[in-house]
Ligand binder design. Structure first.
Ligand code: SAH
Length: 234
């Protein structure tokens, strides 16, 4: 098999999201930087480096830059999110076509919602080849239960029907989480391809905290299975 990605970075934010990588990656080494452990090894014969970033955009940004500095040629995110597209159910998969910060709000100065002031780009496009690989994997493993779309990130756990409706109506989001757009921005700044894969742990509504607690493990397993499948075709 020929590949353009010789070293693949994989990030999850929480322990549940990376524990199957700990189980399945044949480890060859590890290093710690900025308090984050990066584990090196192989998965299905492919060279990977994975880590647990911690929750939120700053953690994700630091961790992504350190993975890029460690020489990864693309970055994949595996984890859980709140569904924004009302057709998505718990456990379903979203593959990012793009990522944007929904809490970047300088509208008072005339900028669009989500726009990073004085920047031309604030919706960061995922790599089409990685989107296709992830979508193929999702459709193989979860037929009819995956969607491609915009991932909205913010430093807040969304748990209200009004907020989630606004994220859908105003920003056309597919799901909401707390890391994707930070990873995406750092990847674009470094010209490194990325894709974010999320399985829905909740619907970002009034029941989100209850559903999140109940479904995070299963959704993390679902998301990991996409990574595991797609990596065999990379
Ligand atoms: N582990 C902590 C905090 C979790 S924060 C706890 O259990 O209390 C939620 C995490 O899941 C973030 O990493 C975020 O990316 C994702 N997530 C899932 N549902 C979300 C939602 N409705 N809103 C925002 N982030 C969500």
């Amino acid at each position: 098999m020929t590949t353009k990605y010789h070293k693949i970075g994989i990030i999850g934010a929480m322990v549940e999201e990376i524990e199957l990588l700990h189980k399945h990656v044949e480890k060859t080494g590890s290093f710690v930087k900025a308090g984050i452990e990066y584990v090196e090894g192989t998965l299905h014969g492919r060279q990977v480096v994975f880590c647990k970033s911690g929750v939120g955009k700053v953690n994700a940004a630091v961790c992504t830059q350190l993975l890029v500095d460690a020489g990864v040629e693309c970055v994949l995110f595996t984890g859980v999110a709140g569904a924004v597209d009302p057709s998505l159910n718990i456990g379903d998969i979203v593959v990012s076509t793009s990522c944007m910060q929904h809490d970047m709000d300088v509208t008072a100065l005339g900028f669009a919602r989500g726009q990073i002031p004085f920047q031309d780009v604030w919706e960061f496009e995922a790599a089409p080849d990685l989107v296709e690989l992830a979508t193929n994997a999702a459709e193989k493993l979860f037929p009819g239960r995956s969607a491609k779309g915009k991932v909205l990130s913010g430093d807040q756990f969304v748990s209200s029907r009004e907020t989630v409706k606004a994220l859908h109506d105003e920003l056309n989001g597919a799901c909401t989480e707390m890391e994707g757009a930070a990873l995406a921005q750092v990847c674009v700044m470094n010209d490194v391809p990325f894709v974010v894969i999320r399985s829905m742990s909740d619907k970002a509504d009034g029941s989100a905290h209850v559903n999140f607690a109940e479904f995070t493990v299963q959704a993390s397993v679902n998301s990991h299975s996409i990574i595991d499948e797609m990596i065999q075709h990379m």
